[in-house]
Design a protein. Structure first.
Ligand code: GDP
Ligand code: IMO
Ligand code: MG
Length: 429
């Protein structure tokens, strides 16, 4: 069997959690391969909304294993909070959740370093989620990090203290930054003890054995392609590879073992945090999208920046990921728009750009739009794509023609059931 991948094509929050939950019955294992508690993946069913940060979005389905891969960074305290939230739903997570021994740990001092670094950057800040993601991946690549496997070591506390000492020295550089570490350390150590109650595994071996045994695996991305450390809008990115290639390094799955790549995007576009966003709308239209789409962060509650779909950006993301099919999310958010705009290319000065250029950070990029007729009706109660208004079908077909990849799912609401399959592709047949 091959590993399918589902990941975000924009700047995160595309609706990955929802679609992973919808697809989970087709799989045996759902595996996260990068990111950490900076992610906020929302699932909605039976009138209840769940937000997951570290735990894969397959956790609510019986009989499916959930794996936190080596590429993920874990904050034991946040992780414990997530597990506690599962308790009322009688989820037997101990038998459904495995953690890679090679996953790195976020220390309280990583979070402090994140906060201190962001504060020092002032108006140039990344707009990080302040979960300690950057400093933890820095320690990973700097070969100083602590991993889940270390917590079983008799000298774990010494290793911890040595790293904290280093961090304290680093924090001294930030003269105006005050902190009280003692308050944070107790809960962190307590959460480490609880982490020991879960099963830690050699996850690359586990997953490859599973593939060999014919098990179906879905890799769940976090963040989005434009936040990728290499291919995103650097430096306004996260610190991991969010793209398909990240599945290989974040799970130990060889490139020859990658199957379908499902790229997921909103029928418009959002971004939270700083950095370039060519189609951003800083006007009442952007405000309307934010309101209709409840565009406020699942992790930080921050208002998300909103704009129109951007074809050069999506084509770029599809190229980097090798997306073989697409899910278009939140179509219902555009239910009350007479006109929907799509950016077809950019102008930088006089020059036309059909792709996402390096210069996007530093120069004025003018998006050029094509207007598409809106459908102006309620799509949230649709149960089949065949019932969809002609204008929505035309929008889907327009995007398929331009992106050259089939849109196999159209989502019309946050609930599991508000998901329309679109398997009979006419445009690309
Ligand atoms: P993720 O990080 O990619 O999993 O996405 P988030 O959970 O951060 O953000 C997506 C938000 O949109 C969540 O509040 C979802 O419940 C919601 N959502 C997902 N799909 C749809 C949809 O088709 N329509 C609407 N209105 N909301 C959706
Ligand atoms: P999900 O998985 C949207 C953004 C932050 C910031 C930048 C760096 O829910 O789609 P970090 O804390 O990673 O150092 O922040 O990345 N960011 C996200 N934006 N969705 C996410 O995750 C994000 N995770 C990080 O806002 O701009
Ligand atoms: Mg999110």
């Amino acid at each position: 069997m091959k590993v399918d991948v589902l990941l975000g094509l924009q700047w995160g929050d595309e609706g990955k959690g929802k679609i992973v939950d919808v697809l989970t019955p087709k799989y045996d294992i759902i595996a996260r391969f990068q990111g950490g508690p900076n992610a906020g993946h929302t699932l909605e069913f039976n009138g209840i909304k769940h937000v997951l940060h570290t735990i894969p979005s397959g956790i609510f389905r019986d009989g499916v294993m959930n794996l936190i891969g080596n590429g993920v960074v874990i904050d034991p305290v946040i992780f414990q909070g997530e597990l506690d939230k599962l308790e009322p739903f009688n989820i037997d997570y101990k038998s459904r959740l495995l953690i890679s021994k090679k996953a790195h740990l976020i220390l309280p001092t990583h979070r402090l370093l994140d906060a201190a670094s962001e504060a020092a950057k002032g108006k140039d800040k990344i707009g990080s989620t302040l979960k300690g993601i950057g400093p933890t991946y820095m320690d990973k690549t700097g070969r100083n990090g602590l991993r889940v496997g270390d917590i079983y070591s008799p000298n774990f506390k010494e290793k911890y203290k040595a790293l904290v000492e280093k961090h304290k020295q680093m924090l001294k550089r930030y003269k105006d930054f005050n902190y009280d570490l003692s308050e944070l350390e107790g809960p962190w150590m307590a959460a480490i003890e609880l982490l020991k109650e879960l099963e830690a595994v050699d996850s690359e071996q586990y997953i490859n054995d599973a593939i060999k045994a014919g098990k179906k695996v879905l890799a769940e991305g976090a963040q989005g392609t434009m936040l990728d450390i290499d291919f995103g809008t650097y430096p306004f990115v996260t610190s991991s590879n969010t793209v398909t290639a990240g599945t290989c390094t974040g799970l130990g799955v060889a490139p020859t073992k990658i199957g379908n790549v499902i790229g997921i995007f909103k029928a418009y576009c959002t971004r939270v945090g700083s950095g370039p966003f060519p189609t951003e709308l800083e006007d009442e239209v952007g405000e309307k999208i934010r309101k209709e789409g409840s565009e406020f962060g699942a992790t930080t509650g921050r208002p998300r920046r909103c704009g129109w779909v951007d074809l050069p950006q999506l084509k770029y993301a599809i190229m980097i990921n090798g997306a073989s099919e697409l899910s278009m999310m939140k179509a219902d958010v555009l239910d009350n728009f007479d006109t929907i705009r799509v950016c077809t290319h950019y102008l930088i000065g006089e020059e036309r750009y059909d792709y996402f250029p390096y210069d996007v950070n530093d120069v004025e990029v003018v998006p050029v739009y094509e207007d598409i007729k809106g459908w102006n009706c309620d799509t949230t109660k649709l149960t089949s794509i065949n019932e969809a208004p002609a204008e929505l079908k035309a929008y889907v077909e327009y995007l398929e023609r331009n992106l050259e990849v089939p849109i196999t799912v159209v989502s019309v609401g946050p609930d599991r059931t508000q998901t329309l399959e679109n398997k009979e592709n006419k445009v690309l047949a």
